[in-house]
Design a protein around this ligand. Sequence first.
Ligand SMILES: Cc1cc2nc3c(=O)[nH]c(=O)nc-3n(C[C@H](O)[C@H](O)[C@H](O)COP(=O)(O)OP(=O)(O)OC[C@H]3O[C@@H](n4cnc5c(N)ncnc54)[C@H](O)[C@@H]3O)c2cc1C
Length: 380
Amino acid sequence: MGLPIYLFEKNKILGKKLLATGNGRCNIHNLYTRTSCYQSSSFTSQAIQSILEGFNFSEFQECCRKMGLLLTQQLDGRVYPNSQSAKSLLEVFSLKLEEGKVRIHLEEEVLNIHKDSKNFFVQSTKGTYQSSYLILACGSEAYPKLGGSNKGLELARSLGLEIVQTYPSLVPLKLDTHSLRDLSGMKLKVKITLKVDTITKKEVIDDLLFTSYGVSGFGILDISSQIQTSQDNVLIIDFLPNFEAEFLEQMLLKLHKSFPQRSLLQLLNGFLPPKFARVCMEVLKIKQCHTKNIKKLIFCLKNWEFKNPKLQGFENAEVSGGGVSANAVKINTLESKAVSGLYIIGEMLDIVGDRGGYNLAFAWASARVCAESLKRSHKT
Ligand SMILES: Cc1cc2nc3c(=O)[nH]c(=O)nc-3n(C[C@H](O)[C@H](O)[C@H](O)COP(=O)(O)OP(=O)(O)OC[C@H]3O[C@@H](n4cnc5c(N)ncnc54)[C@H](O)[C@@H]3O)c2cc1C
C-alpha cells in the first residue's frame, strides 16, 4: 500500500520467540486447523472460525512460497519449514520486511500510547512517534525469557479496552503429592484423562515427564489448557495404555503360577521401567504376590490419581489464555470498537490454541484480518 510502517521490538533481534518454537523447528501451521483446537471465554467459535477462514493453510502456504519459504507437512497435520529450522523462516520474513522498507526499531520498548481525535502518540524508550493507525501485536507474558511480557495488555487497558483475566496455558503442572518425585527425569508414554468436577474434559495419549515439582511432557502440556483453576481437577493416569486391565491381571497370574519364586516386583519389571515399578510398589505398599494384590496393582497402574494439579506460572508456559476481550474488537477487522485505527492481533487476543501449530496459525490469520481491513480503509 506504500504506507510507511514502523515496527518496534524491545528485544535485540526480531522473532526471538519464533526461533524457539517447535524446539527450533517452528511448527508454523497445522493442516487441520479448526475451532475445537482453540479456547476463549469471550470469542464464540463462529468468530474464531471467521478469523481462521480469512487466511487458511493453502493461502498461507501460497504466501510463504511467494516469499521464498518452502513448507513441509507431517502425517498428523503439523507443518514446518522444509529446512526443519525456524531460522529459515526468520531469514525469509526479515528479508521481506527489509524489502518492504519497514522501519525496524530494535531494542526499543513502547511505554505509553495516547490518542487525540485523529492521531496516536507512541512513546518509546527512545522517542515519541505519531501515526494514524496502530497495531498491537505484543504477545503475552508467557515465557518471559524470550521476551514475553504483559506490557501489550497494559497498553490496551490504558486505551480503555476490556481484558479477560489471563492464565498460563500449555504449561507443566505442580502436584502436592511427593510420592513419585524420586522418578524426576523419567518420561513414559501414558494415557492422561482430566476430570473437572467429575466430568471428563480431555483425554490424551502422549508423554508424561516426572519433574521435581510435579509433571510435564507433551501430554501434560496438552491437558493443561483444560484445567479450570476454580474447580475440582483430577488427573487419571493409565501407565499401561496399550493393554486392557483383564489381560494384564491374567498375564501376571499366569507368570506367578509359572515362576512362584519371583516377587511381584520382579514380574512387574518386565511390564514397566524397573525404577518406576519399584517406586510404585513402595507407594502402594504391595508386597505379597496373590490375586487380590495383583488386581489392586493393575487397577492403580491404570487409574493413578493426581488430585488438584496446579498450573505452573508464566515462566514455563508456551502461551497465555485470556487477553483482549471479544467485546472490545470488531470481529471482521480486529479493530477496537472504541478507539478507531487501533488493531489487536495474535496472542494478545482472548484466544489460545492447542499445541500443534495452532497458535502461530491463529497469529498469521489474525494479522491477515487486520491487514485486509487496513487495505480497505486506505483505499476509501
Ligand atoms: C517455547 C515456545 C514454543 C512454542 N512453540 C510453538 C509452535 O511450535 N507452534 C505454535 O503454533 N506456537 C508455538 N508457541 C506459541 C507461539 O510462539 C505464540 O503463540 C506466537 O508467537 C504469538 O505471536 P504474537 O505475534 O502474538 O506474539 P509474540 O510472538 O510473542 O511477539 C510479540 C513481540 O512483541 C514484543 N513486545 C512486547 N511488548 C512490547 C513493547 N511494549 N514494545 C516493544 N516490543 C514489545 C516482544 O518482545 C515479542 O517479540 C510457542 C511458544 C513458546 C514460548
